[in-house]
Design a protein around this ligand. Sequence first.
Ligand SMILES: [Zn+2]
Length: 120
Amino acid sequence: MTLLATFLNELKTEQAQKQAIRKQNAGYSRSSNGNRYNRHQRKQLDPIAFYSGFGFYLKRGQKQQKVKCPFHDDKNPSMSINTDTGEYFCFSCGEGGGMVTFYMNYKHVDFKTACRELNI
Ligand SMILES: [Zn+2]
């Protein structure tokens, strides 16, 4: 009886250990998913770095910033850029969109080429 009880206890402990390991593995796979997500996030464009490549030096911490629109002959800054999302809109010529659209319009390339050149 005592031997059987010990055996059952050991069995329970072993099962508990296995469960704990399974839980750890589950946590590990979740965190590796998280890493994948982070890698993906890192691959996305940083608006400030992106626009600096076109000569627009935006300040961090200021959400909407105005620059001179490159899509029409702009005398005063009439293009607003959202430094969080990278979206732009020109109040004079109505040009607007996201960073990929900006790249397409600026470089006169199609969507596929823009994505390839931006490495996204
Ligand atoms: Zn414009």
